[in-house]
Ligand binder design. Structure first.
Ligand code: NAP
Length: 494
């Protein structure tokens, strides 16, 4: 059995406790690796090594930092298939999707590498003669990164690459269910030439290792992706030390299907949006709000298509839907199906735990007659469960879309331009797709949500650099005399 250690100060080291935990294939329940479980002491060692590395790394010219990232991107590309297969074995999602996950990591690595030649500030005229003013971007310091299991390499790369190109050093804790891809990513960056101490990997439970990162006084900022409950707790705790916190949290993403929609297109999109990644995407389509005129036809055709999805091991190329990640997630999905039935929603497809293999499988499930205030229409289930909700008009549909605490992604299917623009204007979400499902972000555009989905930051795109840099404003006076700005002297003649 392969055993993986912590990566601190450029070396793979034992956990100070000597304890390990198991990494389990959710399709077969085989133990695929043993991981060293970090302690608070290990987190402190990681923070210390990130501190020691900061001065040199932050003073390395950004284009030189970019060269290391370019090398890493090429290595990720060369190893794409191998990494995708490893991810399917560790996390369960089907190969087509794990290839996409690795591709996201490749794309953000190239993108961030290129940012090394930009890291743009601004220049602007001064109020005074012989004075120059500008902004420059500075790294924040040691950053703590904490990531979830559903995108085992894409989300770590979305955080690590922009943080590195900006000159920060890192202490990183991946999800306990999926550390292997993070280990491979760290190995690749080290082989690409990342100096020791710049990126440190600690593994273990959120409640101990994650909490130690959140509370460590040497860490200046936390970037977290995960559930709302954990995010809220982190925000509260980290703010005591005035740490900068960026949160990318859950979703309950609506798809609106209008009576003028291209129905075949909408069904393709909903099928993929709801059951892709077994419904375990923060952007998954979990509510479809359908115009009442077309609901019967839409429902009939969607059920027929869903019945054809093949459940099984993601490593088999013919599988459409893989397992859910672990037993507690499986039980959570089953619990919500019961809640839906008790609330009076009509279960028209699926609803059962099944065992095509020993692992954690749940049938693709559809509820109809769902009213917007039911718990299955309000709370994030994070599994293959879809609620169909009827609406009589666009206004009503948008009202339903906005009736949840979340605001990550959203989508509308319509052939009408006015409907599209009303949706863009009125849906409370960080992302709106027109005639496409709510999943499938592109890395050069900002990603994030409103309301309980986050605290206003956006990852990827140019905003990724904002997340990991401080802006410094510079006034450069070359007049050789004291010149007072207008704040200090009454304005004379222009
Ligand atoms: P989670 O339970 O909040 O865990 C996320 C990460 O936080 C894991 O690494 C976890 O460690 C760690 N953690 C748990 N408790 C902690 C604590 N007290 N202090 C510090 N770290 C702690 O979420 P999840 O179940 O892994 O992921 C699913 C959630 O992520 C869903 O709500 C989904 O919508 C959201 N998500 C959001 C986005 C987005 O960009 N908006 C993207 C993907 C997923 P362990 O693994 O050891 O528990």
């Amino acid at each position: 059995m392969q055993e993986y250690k912590l990566f601190i100060n450029g070396e793979w080291v034992n956990s100070s406790s000597g304890e390990t935990f198991d990494d389990i294939n959710p399709a077969t329940l085989e133990v695929i690796a043993k991981l060293h479980k970090a302690t608070e002491e290990d987190v402190q060692r990681a923070v210390d090594s990130a501190h020691d590395a900061f001065e040199k790394w932050s003073r390395t010219p950004a284009p030189s930092r970019g060269k290391i990232l370019f090398r890493a991107a090429r290595m990720l590309e060369e190893r794409k298939e191998e990494l995708a297969r490893l991810m399917t074995i560790e996390m369960g999602k089907i190969l087509k999707e794990t290839r996409g996950d690795v591709q996201e990591a490749i794309d953000i690595t190239y993108y961030a590498a290129g940012e090394g030649r930009r890291l743009l500030g601004e220049t602007t005229p001064s109020e005074l003669p012989d004075k120059f003013s500008m902004t420059v971007r500075r790294p924040i310091g040691v950053i703590g990164l904490i990531t979830p299991w559903n995108f085992p390499i894409a989300i770590p790369a979305w955080k690590i690459m922009p943080a590195l190109i900006s000159g920060n050093t890192i202490v990183f804790k991946p999800a306990s269910d999926t550390p292997l891809l993070s280990i491979e990513l760290v190995k690749i960056l080290a082989e690409a030439g990342l100096p020791k101490g710049v990126l440190n990997l600690v593994m273990g439970e959120g409640s101990t290792v994650g909490s130690a990162i959140v509370h460590n006084k040497g860490i200046r900022a936390i970037s977290f992706t995960g559930s709302v409950d954990t995010g809220k707790w982190i925000l509260g705790e980290a703010s005591r030390d005035m740490k900068r916190v960026s949160l990318e949290l859950g979703g309950k993403n609506p798809v609106i299907v209008m009576d003028d929609a291209n129905l075949a297109l909408a069904i393709d999109g909903v099928l993929w949006g709801a059951f892709g990644t077994t419904g375990q995407r923060c952007t998954a389509a979990s509510r479809v709000i359908v115009h009442e005129k077309i609901l019967p036809e839409f429902q009939k055709r969607l059920i027929e298509r869903t019945k054809q999805l093949r459940l099984g091991n993601g490593i088999d190329e013919t599988t459409d839907v893989g397992p859910v990640i672990n037993n507690s997630q499986l039980q959570k999905v089953a619990k919500y199906v019961n809640i839906g039935k008790e609330e009076g929603a009509k279960l028209v497809l699926g609803g059962n735990i099944v065992k095509p293999l020993p692992g954690y499988f749940f049938e693709p499930t559809i509820f109809t007659d769902v009213s917007p205030d039911m718990r299955i229409a309000q709370e994030e289930i994070f599994g293959p469960v879809l609620s169909l909700i009827s609406a009589a008009s666009l206004d009503e549909a948008i009202g339903i879309a906005n009736s949840v605490i979340y605001g990550l992604s959203s989508s509308i299917y319509t052939e009408n331009i006015k409907n599209s623009f009303m949706a863009i204007e009125k849906i409370e979400a960080g992302i709106t797709y027109i005639n496409a499902p709510p999943i499938g972000a592109e890395i050069h555009l900002p990603f994030g949500g409103v309301k309980a989905t986050g605290n206003g930051t956006r990852e990827a795109g140019t905003t990724a650099i904002e997340e990991f840099t401080e802006l410094k404003t510079v006034y450069f006076d070359y007049s050789g005399k004291l010149q007072k700005a207008q704040i200090d002297v009454a304005q004379e003649k222009l």
